[in-house]
Design a protein around this ligand. Structure first.
Ligand code: AMP
Length: 218
């Protein structure tokens, strides 16, 4: 089963994907997390991606596509995709990679939210450098201030969650990523729109309700 989660940066894709992965026993594949791991490990890909990521721009398609095709293969096609595809080129290449393995996208979810809400969310976001769990200084606090609940590691603010980078990332989203939704709609996919301005639990509940309903009509 392949689920694609779309939506702007800061819509809560990472948090929701973790929950969806747990619920449907899928592997959570976050292109951003995989890239951050490459950077932490100092790989060639990580070095190439760094400059784009820190300025809020997209990493070139050819670097991402191969990386994600390998990750999907390792997950044997049982995955929820977070942050990928982010361009129409990536979406087309994903279709080709899935077709080649006789797989398909089973559900597409789009987290819908205003830019102003996102700016507040992202600049208040703190994440665990060890496990990637995301918190927020106001709305999703860890039990112990500034410390990851699972790892006990000090939380950090990602360079790309700083205000000027957040604005660039939103611009990038509107210029390059928003079109992915249209690409899937044109191909006849049902897109499950979810109001991502609600609380984390409400968004999860709505997603699960819509995903369950979708699998019942199949
Ligand atoms: P994320 O954690 O998903 O917000 O991703 C962080 C950064 O990684 C983005 O701002 C991009 O620079 C890069 N990135 C992640 N996924 C992709 C993708 N599918 N295509 C291009 N760049 C990506």
């Amino acid at each position: 089963m392949v689920i694609v989660l779309l939506g702007p940066p800061g819509a809560g894709k990472g948090t929701q994907c973790k929950r969806i992965a747990e619920k449907y026993k899928l592997v959570h594949l976050s292109s951003g997390d995989i890239l951050r791991l490459h950077r932490a490990n100092g790989t060639e890909l990580g070095k190439k991606a760094a400059e784009y990521m820190d300025s809020g721009k997209l990493v070139p398609d050819q670097l991402i596509i191969e990386m994600m095709a390998c990750a999907i293969e390792s997950a044997k096609g049982n995955c929820v995709l977070d942050g990928f595809p982010r361009t129409v080129v990536q979406a087309k290449e994903l279709d080709i990679a899935l077709d080649a393995k006789k797989r398909k996208i089973d559900a597409i979810v789009d987290l819908v939210i205003d830019d102003s809400v996102i700016e507040n969310r992202m600049t208040g976001r703190r994440s665990c450098p060890a496990c990637g769990t995301v918190y927020h200084v106001e709305t999703l606090k860890p039990k112990l201030s500034g410390i990851c609940d699972s790892c006990g590691v000090k939380l950090v603010q990602r360079t790309d969650d700083k205000p000027e980078v957040v604005r660039q990332r939103l611009e990038t989203y509107h210029q390059q990523t928003a079109a992915v939704t249209g690409y899937y709609a044109d191909k006849g996919h049902t897109i499950l729109d979810i109001d991502a301005g609600k609380s984390v639990d409400e968004v999860t509940a709505k997603m699960i309700e819509k995903l369950d309903r979708l699998s019942m009509v199949r």
